[in-house]
Design a binder for this molecule. Structure first.
Ligand SMILES: Cc1cc2nc3c(=O)[nH]c(=O)nc-3n(C[C@H](O)[C@H](O)[C@H](O)COP(=O)(O)OP(=O)(O)OC[C@H]3O[C@@H](n4cnc5c(N)ncnc54)[C@H](O)[C@@H]3O)c2cc1C
Length: 382
């Protein structure tokens, strides 16, 4: 193996999330000469979450939502270590990885996303399709469609979507559209939410629009229902009620990977790395954490949403270069409000910004344009 040039700093990027793909793109177009770059990724491709619902609704093919992180890394002249990171030894400056030699670093950044909350619910891990990792969800959807096609002919098909946030709403409506198109005429999609209303944290008018759409579609919304167990054919609720199911999709919000806690790093009460405005982990100058896996100490309530991971891209690119060059770092301030566009699968979307809500085909077209423009930035043609 080529020995590192000790005059150069070793920069390790762990995970190929929405922020790191931008760093790789930046380093590919404007290389950093005084650093040796290593990228740790479990697979060559990363999935862009914004288009997952469109994939479920059959609007996009799987390859349209995949970013070739390995190709971006090669273009940035990075060494690629294809495995998962397990822990970070900040004393010896090494990233412990699965089945391979530890990766040494002088400077590192972690962008590994999150997992789904609530998978400890009895039977959820065994009988539900988790929404994360998103790559797993994408694989499972085709299997669900095949199963629905077969059984719908005989006796209809019931999907239970657990989680009344933005992801749950999109998946419920997009699954409904997809299965109808696949010929499931006797179809029932149940969207279960443990809160008193859908889409907590968003303007009530957005939830009202979604409820109005559910009345015209095979989507039933049940608020105030907490799932306590998932069995092979049944979902059980805290109030003793239960419902039959042919498939369960689990979309109950973000939970942390164990990496930071296992490494003894500062974390919030949910296990997400605590970071400063510069995106550096508290007390660790040489370690950054971005996207869902981090919580900004100054803005702890920032939602775990891809839009924030995307906005952190230019700041992280700047700060990594600045730290290498000994220049001042920039602070990241999350935007107060962001444009939310929820795909309803049938060619329409609902959206909200600044407390207002709207809907229609034009909203879906706007979402499509924004998502395709984002993806076009990562296409490597040569
Ligand atoms: C169904 C669904 C739809 C969504 N739609 C939207 C939307 O429309 N808009 C929006 O803003 N947000 C959306 N979200 C939320 C969004 O997915 C996340 O907020 C976003 O993906 C976080 O980006 P990230 O860069 O932190 O991590 P991710 O995009 O999740 O990327 C993390 C990467 O790290 C890799 N990784 C994981 N573990 C390790 C490890 N141990 N070592 C190395 N690499 C690792 C993974 O393979 C992955 O490629 C949606 C979520 C779901 C579930």
């Amino acid at each position: 193996m080529k020995q590192p040039d000790r005059g150069r700093k070793r920069l390790a990027l762990v995970g190929g999330g929405h922020t790191h793909v931008q760093v790789l793109r930046s380093f590919g177009t404007r290389p950093v000469d005084d650093a040796e770059l290593t990228v740790v990724i479990p697979s060559p491709l990363a999935i862009y979450s914004g288009m997952v619902s469109g994939f479920v609704a059959d609007r996009y093919a799987a390859e349209e939502l995949a970013i070739d992180v390995e190709a971006l890394a090669r273009r940035a002249r990075a060494r690629v270590v294809m495995t998962s990171a397990l822990a970070i030894d900040t004393n010896r400056h090494r990233i412990m990885v699965e089945g391979r030699e530890a990766v040494p670093y002088d400077l590192a950044s972690v962008n590994i996303g999150s997992t789904v909350a609530g998978l400890g619910t009895p039977g959820a891990r065994e009988h539900a399709i988790p929404s994360r990792p998103i790559s797993g969800l994408v694989e499972e959807i085709d299997r669900l469609v095949d199963r629905a096609r077969d059984s719908a002919r005989q006796r209809g098909f019931r999907v239970v979507v657990v989680g009344g946030g933005a992801g749950g709403v999109e998946l419920a409506f997009c699954v409904e559209h997809r299965l109808r198109r696949e010929g499931c005429t006797s179809l029932d999609v149940l969207l279960v939410n443990d809160g008193s209303r859908l889409l907590a944290g968003y303007p009530p008018s957005l939830a009202e629009r979604v409820e109005e759409h559910s009345r015209r579609r095979a989507v039933t919304i049940r608020n105030g229902r907490r799932v306590v167990a998932v069995e092979p054919d049944v979902v059980r609720f805290a109030d003793g009620a239960s419902t039959a199911q042919d498939a369960v999709i689990w979309v109950t919000g973000a939970a942390s990977h164990p990496l930071f806690r296992d490494s003894g790093l500062p974390v919030d009460d949910r296990g997400f790395a605590l970071t400063r405005p510069t995106l550096q982990v508290e007390g660790h100058e040489e370690l950054f954490a971005v996207g869902d896996c981090a919580t900004l100490r100054e803005h702890p309530d920032t939602p775990k949403a891809g839009v924030y991971a995307v906005r952190q891209g230019p700041i992280l690119s700047h700060n990594l270069r600045a730290l290498l060059a000994g220049h001042p770092l920039q602070a990241y301030i999350p935007q107060r409000d962001f444009l939310t566009l929820l795909n309803l699968g049938d060619g329409t979307a609902v959206g909200t910004k600044w407390g207002l809500s709207f809907e229609g085909r034009w909203v879906m077209e706007l979402k499509d344009r924004i998502d395709r423009r984002f993806m076009a930035r990562f296409r490597i043609t040569s």
